[in-house]
Design a protein around this ligand. Structure first.
Ligand code: GLA
Length: 398
């Protein structure tokens, strides 16, 4: 809450400074997320269990008085200008650039039938970029809410999630699933979101114990999803589903495949494709177990599931890194830690840990001695909690 107020003040004055004293009309907060379990299963129609966190993108928006949309990001210290033409927002070729997100969101909103108005947006963020905490979905959702508010339009959270995901597919070039945008728009405070990515139905599981906390440890080692490793995993999963479909015609995606069916088809797929699919099939199972454990407040079982998730991501899905593995092992060795795993797409980024509150200083000390010294970096240990999804509030007239 304190965080949010500080950011509201600074983004309001940032907007006024950048846009020559103009008055904004809306304040938007779009949180990042940490996925507790259910990794690399959303694009296979599986189940995921993320929480929205107390860090995110804070933005203010107001009318520009022209036919332009201008979006400034403090993270990149740059303004992108999008001209509103009669046939929609101007196009650009910026996949791999941050400008792909605002540009894509404007274009996809227009394609969904929203009549956009000239808008100025000033966006600040306290999410590390490329750390697996969904900084891109938070930016997309913040821009979408800012544009909608100035256009005087309202869309349900799930529509905003879809539009932002399309921006990611068509403009940022990342064939992502629906998890990040969905939790960013639809999370409920103090609850984890068990999201069925096929039905797009969420069940909110209240966090059962205030003495158990979620820790996020940033390895400070970065990834870039457009580099192709993510897309390669998406295609390998599709190939595995196709191989099983040739004997089980009802199978649409790996969500429909049991461990037995997968094993029966093992010889008809490349070994690497089999291992990718084994991760997905077992991860969906572990996610169900973790959700059930959370519901009964059984953190021993919850920790076991998230430990299993990491091992599978490391060995079968091969999206971990030496740094993430080290952080996970370090955290697991601390008394009071229930489980630890890499979180997000991987290839660097963050580790998520479930631990008793009094174990936090011990985790920090262990990270300092076992990780920071070895890699010569300072891994940030953040204690977080389940927060509500994105919000828009009116800026009162001065
Ligand atoms: C990224 C994607 C998500 C999801 C995760 C891995 O965050 O944007 O859709 O696939 O990776 O679980």
């Amino acid at each position: 809450m304190v965080n949010q107020l500080i950011n509201a003040e600074s983004v309001l004055s940032g907007y006024r400074r950048l846009f020559g004293g103009a008055e904004p009309t809306a304040l938007v907060r779009a949180p990042g997320r940490v996925n507790l379990i259910g990794e690399h299963v959303d694009y296979n129609d599986g189940l995921v269990l993320p929480i929205a966190i107390d860090r995110g993108v804070f933005a203010v928006a107001g009318p520009s008085g022209s036919d332009d949309i201008q979006v400034y990001s403090t993270a990149f210290d740059e303004t992108v200008t999008i001209a509103l033409r009669r046939d929609g927002p101007s196009d650009g070729h910026d996949a791999g650039e941050w400008s792909a997100y605002p540009r894509g969101v404007a274009a996809e909103l227009a394609a969904a039938g929203v009549t956009l108005a000239g808008t100025r947006i000033f966006a600040d963020s306290d999410l590390p970029v490329g750390a697996g905490l969904s900084s891109s979905a938070a930016l997309e959702v913040a821009v979408a809410l800012g544009l909608l508010s100035v256009a005087g339009e309202h869309l349900p959270p799930s529509d905003i999630a879809h539009i932002c995901r399309l921006a990611e597919h068509h403009y940022a070039g990342v064939p992502c699933g629906i998890m990040d945008q969905f939790v960013c728009t639809g999370a409920v405070a103090n609850a984890a979101m068990l999201l069925d990515c096929r039905e797009e139905a969420a069940r909110h599981i209240p966090w059962p114990d205030d003495d158990v906390v979620v820790l996020v440890i940033d390895s400070r080692c970065r990834h870039k999803l457009s580099d192709g490793m993510y897309g390669e995993r998406v295609r390998q999963c599709a190939r595995a589903a196709e191989a099983v479909r040739s004997v089980e015609p009802a199978v649409q995606t790996l969500r429909d495949v049991t461990a037995e069916q997968l094993d029966a088809c093992r010889s008809s797929m490349e070994p690497v494709v089999y291992r990718r699919a084994r991760h997905v099939v077992t991860e969906i199972q572990r996610t169900c177990e973790a959700a059930a454990a959370l519901e009964r407040g059984d953190f021993t079982a919850f920790g076991k599931a998230i430990n299993g998730s990491h091992d599978s991501l490391r060995d079968d899905y091969e999206v971990s890194s030496a740094e993430l593995d080290d952080l996970v092992e370090t955290a697991r060795g601390v008394p009071g830690v229930f489980g630890a795993r890499m979180t997000g797409a991987g290839f660097g980024g963050c580790v998520v840990v479930a631990a008793t509150r009094d174990a936090v200083p011990r985790v920090e000390a262990a990270v300092r001695t076992c990780y920071n010294m070895k890699y010569g970096v300072t891994a940030h240990v953040m204690t977080t909690r389940a927060c509500e999804g994105a919000t828009t509030t009116e800026v009162p007239r001065p």
